[in-house]
Ligand binder design. Structure first.
Ligand SMILES: Cc1ncc(C[n+]2csc(CCOP(=O)(O)OP(=O)(O)O)c2C)c(N)n1
Ligand SMILES: [Mg+2]
Length: 442
């Protein structure tokens, strides 16, 4: 039997009716109906209109006319709100901690709290998550905890993500089904299609778990984006692609990243169910991701969600975004459709929140973050020799051995006698003695 591409499947029902079978002609690889008009198209809506954006709340937290509110009770609403508020609390403190030189790097999620927390809440806690780097909120939602966040950012001996060997915010936690972040953009996209395929083939997880893959609209310019979507579409797997369209890839505005209708327009090209959602409306994100997840499992196929948001913060601590965008634009975006303020107004309208609770929450979150920060600051880095472990499985290769021996030699030469080395070594557990005490390599 000839298998036709998924994109033609809308016609397959009509194919069975005699009249359309003739109208479809005898094309070699498609059931595309035959027309006599010379008509080009450049829109996936079929009406030359932009893909619409699904929204539930207006800018001041009131359900819009005809809005389909996702099922939510007071307890879940509070949890959503507290987690959304935790992100800027952590971001503000860690951003400043980087400025003080205590950690080397940081990335905030300012402006994207609803996209991150709304989607985290819609996933099952053991769905596999492959993030880009701005999705720390998903880990926090799953109970990773502030101490683990701090340990990773400080790269200290308690860092369970990578023993202090990764840049800050490159979290990973098998326990929380959160795959380790890697800096090269978009690598997680084809990996997610593979993870979802593995889930499909794993008894006990098949039809129960999905792979959720986050990426920015900038990363979607990489070839890996197309490879990943094609893979998930042709070798079907429950992969939920979540594009955070926050308007920028560092200094490149989204207007310069694509000419088509955003990222969503690409989904139907791969035969993938797609929706565009207001990423600053946590209820819209919750509803859209829940339905997207249901479809992933129901059909065993990929789904694409494009969340429209705005990166309020600088790209990272290495960036000054006012070099390429106006301060006034950012100030406007902080006010318009602010994801946190908007949801707070909704909560208040339901009688689920008030000014007193707001004050108490902010004070509590700040105290919690400060406590974790102060603790992490005092913990030493792991043993220096850990630098060379876990890189490869099996026997240690010659190049790693050579590096370790070179460092050991330098330690012998400078470790005690040169002040910068003494100071640096004092930050490590055992001050590098683990390397010096190793039995001779040769
Ligand atoms: C393959 C690759 N190219 C370039 C970079 C440098 N880089 C890091 S983040 C970034 C911007 C990504 O933008 P986007 O995907 O929209 O995510 P956002 O930062 O907006 O969340 C770039 C170009 C990289 N890390 N990897
Ligand atoms: Mg972006």
């Amino acid at each position: 039997m000839i298998r036709f591409p998924a994109i033609s499947r809308n016609f397959s029902r009509q194919w069975t009716t005699r009249g359309l079978a003739t109208a479809a002609g005898n094309l070699p690889n498609s059931r595309s109906p035959i027309v006599a008009k010379l008509k080009f198209f450049n829109s996936v809506t079929g009406s030359d209109e932009l893909i619409p954006t699904y929204r539930v709340l207006d800018g001041v937290g009131k359900p819009i006319d005809g809005a389909e509110l996702p099922e939510i009770d007071e307890k879940l609403a509070r949890r959503l709100y507290e987690n959304m508020q935790l992100l800027p609390t952590l971001d503000n403190i860690l951003y400043n901690v980087q400025r003080q030189g205590k950690i080397s790097f940081y990335m905030t999620a300012h402006g994207e709290e609803a996209t991150i927390i709304g989607s985290a809440a819609a996933l099952a806690s053991d769905d596999e998550v492959l993030g880009q780097y701005r999705e720390m909120g998903v880990l926090l939602w799953r109970g990773f905890g502030l101490d683990n966040v701090m340990a990773q950012c400080f790269g200290n001996a308690e860092d369970t993500s990578g023993k202090g060997r990764q840049m800050p915010v490159h979290f990973g936690s098998p326990k929380h089904h959160f795959h380790t972040i890697s800096s090269p953009l978009a690598t997680q996209i084809p990996q997610a299609a593979g993870v979802a395929y593995a889930l499909r083939r794993t008894p006990g997880r098949s039809s129960r778990s999905i792979a959720a893959c986050y990426f920015g609209e900038g990363a979607a310019s990489e070839g890996d984006f197309h490879a990943g979507l094609l893979l998930a579409s042709t070798i079907p797997s429950p992969t939920l692609f979540i594009a955070r369209n926050n308007g920028f890839a560092i200094s490149t505005p989204s207007t310069e990243q694509f000419y088509g209708d955003g990222i969503a327009s690409r989904g139907p090209g791969y035969g993938i169910d797609t929706i565009r959602v207001d990423g600053n409306d946590v209820l819209a994100v919750l509803g859209a991701i829940r339905e997207a997840r249901r479809r992933c499992l129901d059909q065993g196929r990929a789904v694409l969600v494009e969340a429209m948001t705005y990166r309020v913060g600088h790209h990272s601590t290495s960036d000054d975004s006012f070099a390429y965008r106006a301060r006034s634009e950012v100030d406007d975006r902080k006010r318009i459709d602010n994801p946190i303020a908007r949801f707070r107004l909704f909560m208040e309208s339901q009688g689920w929140w008030n000014a007193e609770e707001e004050e108490e929450l902010k004070a509590r979150l700040k105290a919690d973050v400060m406590k974790a920060f102060k603790k992490a600051e005092t913990v030493k880095k792991g043993e220096l020799g850990e630098l060379f472990t876990d890189v490869y499985g099996g026997e240690e290769p010659w190049n790693i051995k050579e590096h370790r021996e070179e460092l050991t030699g330098l330690l012998r030469k400078y470790g005690e006698v040169w002040e910068p080395w003494r100071t640096e070594l004092a930050r490590f557990k055992n001050k590098g003695q683990d390397l010096l005490k190793r039995p001779s390599d040769s």
